[in-house]
Design a protein around this ligand. Structure first.
Ligand code: GLU
Length: 427
């Protein structure tokens, strides 16, 4: 099996392109075959070196390596010219006002035997003698693809459904060249959760954006494998070796697949929780370009869905954060400073200063005061984190340590006193 991934480098690598790359990679790995990377850069204006680098970079991040290439389609132009001349010489093509057209039989049809879609027929009546080279000599897209697939010994062409309509023309060219067409498989279209064609408004649309948003490559591989393929009715989690073992074109569906970023977030959260805390710590330190304590990583890990979530959940464990004024107003109501003072007292003597002892100390305050647990926990939470939502309060207090916790509570108490004494005395 020889497959290829043939991106046009006209922008970032999108989810659909990443899925095509993954499926080809899985097929090659499964069969012990080869994956060829061919850059379809014949549109010289849009195919910039930066775009090529972006695609190579995105494939590298997804850990989808290729065996041959990258080959530049534009650099193969002399080969394309040779074959055009041969088609002219053999009478399969002819000149028309300087352009070269392929002779398409008037009758009959070209049948694409698609592994996913079955037989799709294209009557020749609907296919004109189409242009394969412009009058300036430049080869056209379908000619270049057909010649390259043949020269590169491609056995299976696996690509997006948007290319199905090009396929009969590519088959006609291949037959005129005396080559047997490869096996074709056209992957289902991608939609957003609203049933419309996938686009920017459905969230992150490119691999680069997913990377920046803090998704893990292993989770992205798992999720995009499911965009049109399934092993059975229910299994959702596959390690990459399991995908290599189980993936087959026979189980790819022809109906559109739905890319749902919420589902990807959920799946990514699962992958994040599976990571060893030390590994996650390293990934976070690389991303944030600063050290982060492993204890903070451990408690944030339970609630994170992306790497990006770490900072919003746990920044206060790394360094004090400005208060969210809404959180303060909501929680620091009239009785709060007194409850906070009692919590401070209890924490000052909790021993050893771990999550269990912190929990016992705070629960005692709740019982002594006869209030609801949140009446004590929320003021402590706002005092140490500045927010109403954080990882587990007992664990957070334990990670901050006694000195830092008491210092933050003292600052909060001072502030509460200033704001109460600033209020006019209503008598
Ligand atoms: N260059 C085409 C694209 O990026 C793919 C062509 C092919 O796979 O045959 O959509």
């Amino acid at each position: 099996m020889r497959v290829r991934f043939a991106p046009s480098p006209t922008g970032a690598l999108h989810i659909g392109g990443a899925r095509t790359a993954l499926y080809n990679w899985l097929l090659a790995r499964h069969a012990g075959g080869s994956l060829v990377l061919r850059v379809e850069d014949t549109d010289r204006e849009r195919s910039t070196p930066e775009n090529v680098a972006q695609i190579v970079d995105a494939l590298g991040w997804l850990e989808l390596g290729w065996d041959e290439g990258p080959f530049s389609q534009a650099e193969r132009r002399p080969r394309h010219r040779e074959e055009i001349d041969r088609l002219l010489g053999e009478g399969h093509a002819y000149l028309d006002e300087g352009a070269v057209r392929l002779r398409v039989p008037d009758a009959g049809e070209t049948v694409v035997e698609d592994v996913i879609r079955g037989e799709v027929s294209f009557p020749h009546e609907a296919i004109d003698d189409f242009v394969i080279a412009r009058s300036d000599g430049s080869p056209l897209y379908n000619l270049a693809v057909a010649v390259d697939d043949r020269d590169m010994g491609i056995t299976h062409v696996v690509r997006g459904a948007d290319h199905l309509s090009n396929t009969p023309r590519q088959i006609l060219i291949l037959r005129a060249l005396g080559a047997e067409p490869p096996v074709y498989a056209h992957l289902p279209l991608l939609h957003g959760p609203d049933g419309k064609k996938l686009s920017k408004r459905h969230g992150a649309a490119s691999v680069q954006e997913l990377r920046e948003a803090g998704y893990l490559p292993e989770a992205v591989r798992n999720y995009i494998a499911l965009l049109g393929w399934g092993y059975d009715e229910s299994t959702e989690f596959f390690t990459t070796p399991e995908l290599v073992e189980r993936f087959s074109l026979e189980r790819v569906s022809k109906s559109p697949a739905v890319f749902d970023e919420k589902k990807l977030r959920w799946m990514n959260g699962h992958y994040l929780r599976q990571l060893d805390a030390g590994d996650l710590q390293q990934r976070l330190e690389r991303r944030l370009d600063r050290p982060v304590p492993e204890a903070a990583v451990r408690i944030a890990q339970e609630k994170m869905q992306t790497l990006d979530d770490f900072w919003s959940l746990a920044a206060f464990l790394v360094e004090p954060q400005p208060d969210d004024p809404a959180a303060w107003d909501k929680v620091m109501t009239a009785g709060a400073p007194e409850r906070l003072r009692r919590a401070r007292e209890a924490l000052a003597s909790a021993e050893p200063f771990d999550a269990d002892a912190v929990e016992q100390a705070l629960r005692r305050v709740v019982d002594d005061l006869g209030v609801k647990p949140r009446d004590v926990y929320q003021p402590v939470r706002v005092a140490i984190s500045g927010r109403t939502v954080s990882p587990g309060i007992f664990e957070s207090v334990a990670v901050l340590g006694r000195d830092e916790t008491l210092a933050r509570i003292d600052r909060a108490l001072e502030r509460a006193e200033i704001s109460t004494s600033a209020e006019p005395d209503m008598g």
